[in-house]
Design a protein around this ligand. Structure first.
Ligand code: ATP
Ligand code: MG
Length: 433
């Protein structure tokens, strides 16, 4: 036998019925995005490597060790499977001069790729849903995006999600803080791990994002960016906070929250939960007013977030509202294969009037199978009704309807009843649609 091929490690198939939960989440997101007037954008999964190197920063986990990069075999161009999609959206916005007539609110959904150690809530192909508002400098957009995410948790029935907030200030404030930070880390160099030492002078802010338990106490006492913010940055931060407060969105200021990419300034935030173990961040974002310029576009302010779809779905399983799995309205039981042409005519009419019908098909070439085996399949399909297309009944323009699920309260399903096939509207009524 040929060797069995399996999926790449850390990359998952999403199969039914699980895929129905994905579609359900995506539908809720689309509806919500429309309410906030965010429009869908779809950019390529493959981008030039330099987009991420320049956009995210060279000394970041993603660029240093997590990207799937390769050379185009024809022209040697350096390409990368997108590890995130803010850079791609910004590239598209600049490339198409989308801000020419003012700001744009955009959202996306799709797969991202990072070469990380696979574990619960951490995969090599994973999915993000993201929202970005570009061309708006005001704190009201930071607040709008946070309220949008908060509304999504509510729509999904999630309770245990906390918002953490910080401000990374502006480049000049960052420079002052950086000097204080380097001095502090130098004084504590005995506690620094190897990665921290390597990054100390290249990107000291990144050290604050370290997950090494041995460094946590030292990091807690590090100089806070918040203490280096000037009046304008503080005013921006206070505007965000007062909109959140007025709308009862609770938050905790986390002075160590710096995010994993270098492109952020001013507001940064994460939504975290205690219910998912160590992969507890379900959504992260912030302002990135200098990114567009950095990748060669015309300078424009921007703010956005991205959520991890796998983690959100996992959290919904833990505590959220459970959706009903999709089932067909009716299962077509077909005693004789000679009736198939006529049965198809009926099924097509029913389907075009909004009734979902799953057709029986025999497991051998000989025929449709016994009534017993057909009803077994009908039961397993989850359909509420079986439509029994007996040849004699069909010849008289009729089909038998048999309830498969007893209505709540009744102890057994009713026997089958005969119905004329004349009106699709009547059928829709009959099948509770
Ligand atoms: P973490 O600190 O958990 O590594 P991150 O800061 O690298 O997350 P972001 O780049 O901010 O994550 O991505 C936004 C969200 O995407 C995260 O909050 C998380 O929910 C999700 N995410 C990130 N990496 C992965 C992954 N490898 N597998 C599954 N989800 C992920
Ligand atoms: Mg990460």
């Amino acid at each position: 036998m040929a060797e069995k091929l399996v999926a790449v490690k850390g990359m998952n198939d999403i199969l039914p019925p699980e895929s129905a939960r994905w579609e359900w989440l995506e539908d809720i997101v689309r509806t919500l995005m429309a309410r906030y007037a965010y429009r869908n954008i779809r950019t390529p999964i493959v981008e030039p490597t330099s987009l991420f190197v320049r956009g995210l920063g060279e000394v970041t986990d993603i660029v240093e060790k997590e990207m799937y990069s390769f050379e185009d075999r024809l022209n040697g161009e350096a390409l990368t499977l997108r590890p995130e999609n803010t850079a791609g959206v910004v590239r598209a916005v600049a490339e198409h001069a989308m801000l020419y007539e003012g700001g744009k609110r955009l959202y996306y959904m799709g797969p991202m790729f990072r070469h990380e150690r696979p574990q619960r809530g951490r995969y090599r192909q994973f999915h993000q849903i993201g929202a970005e508002a570009l061309g708006f400098p005001g704190a009201e957009l930071d607040a709008e995006l946070i309220l949008l995410a908060d509304a999504l948790w509510k729509a999904l029935g999630l309770k245990d999600v906390q918002l953490e907030l910080n401000s990374l200030g502006q480049p000049e404030e960052r420079r002052l803080h950086r000097a204080a930070l380097v001095a502090y880390f130098e004084a504590n160099s005995d506690v620094l791990d190897e990665e921290a030492r390597r990054r100390l002078y290249k990107n000291p802010l990144r050290l604050l994002d370290s997950k090494n338990p041995a460094m946590q106490t030292m990091l807690e006492a590090a100089p806070r960016l918040m203490d280096f913010l000037g009046d304008a940055s503080l005013a921006h931060f206070n505007s965000v906070k007062s909109i959140l407060e007025a709308n009862n969105v609770a938050f905790r200021i986390n002075p160590r929250l710096v995010r994993g990419m270098d492109y952020y300034n001013l507001t940064v935030f994460e939504f975290v939960t205690q219910s998912l173990g160590s992969q507890g961040t379900i959504c992260g974002g912030g302002r990135y007013d200098y990114l567009i310029e950095q990748i060669g576009g015309k300078a424009a302010p921007a703010v956005g977030w991205a959520l991890g779809v796998e983690r959100v779905l996992e959290l919904i399983k833990e505590q959220g509202r459970e959706m009903a799995l999709p089932v067909p309205d009716a299962y077509a039981v077909i005693p004789e294969s000679s009736s198939l042409p006529a049965v198809f005519q009926v099924m097509q009419v029913l389907r075009s009037s909004g009734i979902s019908v799953q057709m029986h098909s025999g497991s051998t070439l000989e025929g449709m199978g016994s009534m017993k085996s057909q009803f077994k399949k009908a039961d397993a399909s989850g359909a509420r009704f079986a439509l029994v297309f007996g040849a004699d009944e069909l010849a008289q323009g009729c089909v038998a309807l048999k309830p498969l699920r007893a209505p709540a309260g009744a102890d057994k399903a009713d026997a089958q009843t005969l119905h004329r096939l004349d009106s699709a509207a009547e059928w829709a009524q009959l099948l509770h649609r």
